[in-house]
Design a protein around this ligand. Sequence first.
Ligand code: GAL
Length: 627
Amino acid sequence: MTQTLGTCYYPEHWDESLWAEDAQRMIEAGLTWVRIGEFAWSRIEPEPGQYRWDWLDRAIEILHEAGLKIILGTPTATPPRWMLERHPDMLAVDEMGRPRKFGSRRHYCFSHLGYRESCAEITRALAERYAKHPGIAAWQTDNEYGCHDTTLSYSEPAKHGFQTWLEAKYTRIDALNEAWGTVFWSMEYASFSEIDLPNLTVTEANPAHWLDFKRFSSDQVVAFNRVQTEILRAHTDAPLLHNYMGRVLEFDHFEVGEDLDIATWDSYPIGFLSDRLEASEAHKAQFLRQGDPDFQAFHHDLYRAVGKGRWWVIEQQPGPVNWAPYNPAPLPGMARLWALEAFAHGAETVCYFRWRQAPIAQEQMHAGLLRPDSAPAPALAEAKQVAEDLEALGPMETGQGDVALVFDYPSAWAWSTQPQGADFDYFRLVFSAYRALRRAGLNIDIVPSTARDFDGYKAVFVPGVLNLADGLAEALEGVTTVYGPRTNSKTEALSIPLPMGPNLLGCDATVVYAESLPPSAARALQEGGAFRHWVERVETSEEVLWRMTDDAPGLLRKANCYYLAGWPEESTWDRLVHMLLPEAMALPEGLRVRRTASHAFWINYGAEPVEHNGLHIPAAGVLWQSL
Ligand code: GAL
């Protein structure tokens, strides 16, 4: 596979006289792809049914003539103002019951069937006009589903959709009452039409009610996307993609991914470090201008799985962004490092967001490859350098990882519904395991809970999976597997199973109760190290490898099956990884390694050079070796 670069471009933001020169400069910078169109609805269809194709025809022609491959986006994340006249009740509604206003983007409710139909119309119009154009080489649906907290909407259309969804799931209202346990607090329903959305209740709503609402909401995203993919498929064989975000968990990306050919994501390492990562102030200070050394990699591995092997970074941070609490500039070298790291994880393409910084509107403080005055911004030279690196590297392939880590969206919904401790968070738990595996220099494959083929993995990690649904535990028999904490502790409907969990095949262990701990507390282990956030009391007759100071089992084992009765702190995760995997390395802070089938990439997120095993890896730099 040949790796390529690209950028995101908004011809509608610029005078037409700039387009040809922009296209030429993109080619000179070594870019292959240009993504356009995803926010241009008001210019394509200024009035209902009145299409203005002339400008878009010319933009496509110019980009194509210059030799660029175009990714055309459907503009459905930004419905124009007139859409509200057509569908006055299409706005998403927040948990407090307030409609989310027009004036930015993503203001639609996924459950609004009329809006979905309007999206079908614009998608069909675009497909009919451009699907056969030789310049259109891929299509993107919408933009960042779920971003700005938009998956869950508490609207009337959502309520009606939810009632229909529940009826399809349970058929009889008695079955729902039974599954949800509505006898508790006299919450029993006589018909599906009585069921409201779970927001605005006096105290917490029934957890099963919430979990079903989250499942329903995820299904709405899948259905919304599918309307577009079905239309596009009827017109084109070009690959279909969507741009996912970092740490957005409210819909099942694996299910959306089933309808697409390539998973892409939007990687803003410095923004993410400051706005969506739990880390100490010291860690945030150390990586202020580089981003967290594992956050991008986690998503690269996640989206490789979502894309069934095919994935891109379609928006790569080039300089300061505008949306995090603080927006430092990347260290020189980082715009190159991030791209090379993505390629080391198997990306086909990395596109920088955006070509030229916009002098107008919400993102005027967001850097591009060019400054607003068209002079090169610092990332342009780094992008060019990556194009040369790719030439030097030649095509690369991805091999199977050393270890697998299961990631399951419904578990995120379950534990956000019932965290039990204020800082229990599914992503955070899985990411803590991921980081330990990365610190050990291992190649990690993230896999969905529907994965059944674990051949070739040295170990599989299954932390916090709500429910080991049909066949996962069976598929893992004989494979070195680390379960827990919290794995298989609930039914699909978020009740306590009887017999109580974790119910691991042939392993005698029962979690009799669990405790959550505040950040100031830890439960020490006799062997050294500790659990934090979450600790379980397990009764077992199996071998106990670690014990807490009160003798309670901390890690137990039956043959290849391990169960962790708590959430290990960093050094305790490390100890477990080194105990199970003799090839585990102990990498210096900020240094990471990732192997393709042909190369090892040493990636230094540190602001200082690193010497490691005779290698010199420059600050904010990458060194590769042929294998
Ligand atoms: C992304 C989004 C882009 C742009 C960018 C700014 O989340 O897809 O349209 O807003 O962030 O960093």
